[in-house]
Design a protein around this ligand. Structure first.
Ligand SMILES: NC(=O)c1ccc[n+]([C@@H]2O[C@H](COP(=O)([O-])OP(=O)(O)OC[C@H]3O[C@@H](n4cnc5c(N)ncnc54)[C@H](OP(=O)(O)O)[C@@H]3O)[C@@H](O)[C@H]2O)c1
Length: 362
């Protein structure tokens, strides 16, 4: 990889917008770990706050530049790992300058003219991008898509009931900092034994709830809330799981009910999935399908108490599946537990895989 625009004339130029954030940082780790990359140049872009910062990518020290229209000149693929409103404004600018924008935010996911892509499920949709924009699904939906896509191909998914156990890092760097701050402030204290004592201890330590990205203490707790309030008590995150699952799997009338819960885990989202199919499916059949899917690791040995947990999966590319059971009271239904690193497959890795798929389809 070269680092100046002249040397990369024949190889695609990749821009990473949001290079300094939680997802952008993992994106750089992924690029550094790849045996080779197809890029003639990588351009790192963030807010003016980070302009001038040096970050090493594949042995070359690159300088972060501030987001501007000119920053996209000569760019073939621009990956956006920035807040929704920044993507909404700037992904079309990148596209107008000739780049294909691959957006990780929620700004374009449900736009009918923007494909929502998980390469192992619907890579064929990458070429149909009338706006020059491709969207990456949200991390919660993505964590179960490899498993559900593989089962849907064989048994035809009809209904989906999920409960998520979402890591703090799904809320970005500020949310990670808050969880560590709470854990540090409460370490060694006897809390969680009386209603309200955790919030009081945090307030006393200078961490009032009013300054938290979470609506309740996350340390020593679980919080049944992710995203913002939408109609009839649903959260935006729960509706994303419903709408994005339908779009990715191509099942517009898929019945979906999700409850999204934040847990005091730094990284890796987990989901308890209850999936009903048109045809009967056994645990043995599901095991065979999961074992044959390269982006899934099956860890399912109940007698040895082997199953995936988030701390085993953080930093891993595949999603992990276990606790596969045939529902006792529901026909054609499987229950299983899935863990996926929300910053890797749930965000940076899937976006990067889309960019790699794009190289031959520019
Ligand atoms: N965290 C996850 O698990 C996850 C999963 C899937 C999708 N996503 C989505 O990915 C996106 C990034 O999330 P994150 O967790 O990485 O957030 P983050 O840690 O807060 O990082 C945000 C990045 O955006 C940049 N940025 C913010 N405002 C900007 C502006 N006005 N102009 C240019 N750059 C700006 C920041 O640059 P500075 O450092 O210069 O401020 C930083 O690089 C979000 O849309 C998020 O919803 C996140």
């Amino acid at each position: 990889m070269s680092t100046n625009s002249d040397a990369g004339a024949r190889r695609p130029v990749l821009a990473l917008v949001g290079a300094t954030g939680a997802v952008g940082t993992v994106m750089i780790d992924i690029m550094n770990a790849r045996p080779s990359v197809p890029w003639g140049e990588v351009r790192l872009i963030a807010s003016p706050r980070s302009a001038g910062r040096k970050i090493t990518v594949r042995g070359a020290e690159l300088t972060v530049v501030a987001l501007s229209a000119e920053a996209f000149d000569g760019v073939d693929i621009a990956m956006f790992d920035v807040p929704d409103e920044v993507s909404a404004e700037w992904a079309p600018v990148a596209a107008a300058r000739g780049a294909v924008a691959v957006d990780n935010s929620g700004a374009f996911r449900m736009d009918p003219e923007v494909p929502l892509v998980v390469p192992e499920v619907n890579a064929d949709q990458i070429s149909a991008r009338p706006k020059g924009i491709i969207a990456n699904p949200n991390c919660t939906t993505l964590s179960m898509m490899a498993a559900l896509g593989a089962l849907h191909r064989e048994f035809e998914l009809r209904e989906l009931v999920v409960a998520s156990y979402q890591a703090a890092s799904g809320g970005g760097q500020a949310a990670i900092d808050r969880l560590y701050g709470e854990l540090e402030a409460l370490a060694g204290k006897e809390v969680g034994v009386r209603a309200g004592d955790v919030a009081e201890a945090l307030e006393a330590a200078g961490l009032p709830l009013s300054e938290s990205p979470f609506p309740a203490p996350l340390a020593f707790n679980v919080v049944p809330w992710a995203g913002s309030l939408k109609d009839e008590g649903w959260t935006s995150e729960e509706l994303k799981v419903r709408n994005e699952s339908r779009k990715i799997l191509g099942i517009p009338d898929l019945k979906v009910s999700a409850t999204c819960v934040r847990v005091p885990v730094v990284t890796t989202h987990s989901l308890a999935v209850h999936a009903t199919f048109a045809r009967e499916v056994t645990v043995e059949q599901a095991h065979k399908i999961f074992a044959g899917q390269p982006t899934i690791v099956l860890v399912d040995d109940p007698t040895a108490k082997k199953f995936p947990t988030p701390v085993d999966v953080v930093g891993e590319d595949p999603t992990y599946v276990g606790r596969v059971r045939q529902a006792l009271d529901f026909p054609n239904t499987l229950d299983f537990f899935v863990c996926g690193d929300n910053l890797r497959k749930g965000a940076a890795l899937n976006t990067y895989e889309i960019a790699e798929e794009l190289v031959d389809r520019l």
